[in-house]
Design a protein around this ligand. Sequence first.
Ligand SMILES: Nc1ccn([C@@H]2O[C@H](COP(=O)(O)OP(=O)(O)OP(=O)(O)O)[C@@H](O)[C@H]2O)c(=O)n1
Ligand SMILES: C[C@](O)(CO)[C@H](O)COP(=O)(O)O
Length: 234
Amino acid sequence: MDTENRVGVVVVSAGRGTRMGTRESKQYLLLKDKPIIMHTLDVFERMPLVQEIVLVTGAEDIDRCTGWIKEYGLSKVVKVISGGSERQQSVYKGLLEIGTEWVMVHDGVRPFIEPEHVEACFRKAQLSGAAVLAVKVKDTIKQVSESGTIEATPDRRSLWAIHTPQAFRLSALKKAHEQAEADGFIGTDDSMLVERMGIPVAVVESSYTNIKITTPEDLEYAEFMLKRRGERNP
Ligand SMILES: Nc1ccn([C@@H]2O[C@H](COP(=O)(O)OP(=O)(O)OP(=O)(O)O)[C@@H](O)[C@H]2O)c(=O)n1
Ligand SMILES: C[C@](O)(CO)[C@H](O)COP(=O)(O)O
C-alpha cells in the first residue's frame, strides 16, 4: 500500500477518569481480563490501513503499557509517551511523534469503534481534508442558563454527537493545535481547532455503539458489547 494510503494514529490515554470515580484510571480497567486501552489499540493494530500508532499515556503508566503492548503483540505501536494535563496537550504531544502524511486521533476509551467506520472516516478526510465520526442525537437538546432555565432549543435535525476517530492531514492538524495554543484556546475535540482555522470538516456517520467509556454504567454496557462481539466472532 502506498504512503498516501497509510495513516498514523494517536491514541490518547492520559486522562484521570474522574467521572468514572475508580481508583484505577478507567482506561486500565479490565474487560474480559484485558485492559480497555489494549482492546482499543487492537482494533487499529489489525487494520492494514494503519501504519503506526502512538500511545499517549500518563508518565507513571508508560512501563506497564509497554509491557502490555509486548504481551498482546501490538507491533504497530511505535511509541508510548507521556501526555499533558489537558486532552489537547496530550494529542499535540502525540502528533509530534507521527511520521505519516495523514493522522487520526482516537480516544483510548472508545474500544468499540468499527474498522469500517475508521476506514470511512479516513477516506472522507482524504477527499475533503478533514473528517470526524459522529451520530445523530436522539434526544431533544436544550441550551440551559446557569440558573437552570431553558434558553434555546436548537433544531435537532442539525445536531450530531461527535465521536473519534477524527482524521486530518498531519500538517493542518499540527498548525491548528499551534494556533490554539498561541490563542490560549482549549477545545473539547480536535475538529474544533481545525474549524477555527476556517477548514471545513466533514461528518461521517458512525455507530451508537462507539461509546466513550466515561461513567460507571458505561462499564456494564461495555461488558455486554464484548460478550456480543465474542458471540459473533467465537
Ligand atoms: N489530559 C488528558 C485528558 C484526557 N485524555 C484522554 O482523552 C480521552 C477522552 O477523555 P475523557 O473521556 O474525558 O477522559 P478523562 O479526562 O480521563 O475523563 P474525566 O474527564 O472523567 O476525568 C481519554 O481516552 C483520556 O484518557 C488524555 O489523553 N489526556
Ligand atoms: C473528543 C471527544 O471524544 C468527542 O466526543 C470528546 O469531546 C472528548 O471530551 P472529554 O471532555 O475529554 O470527554
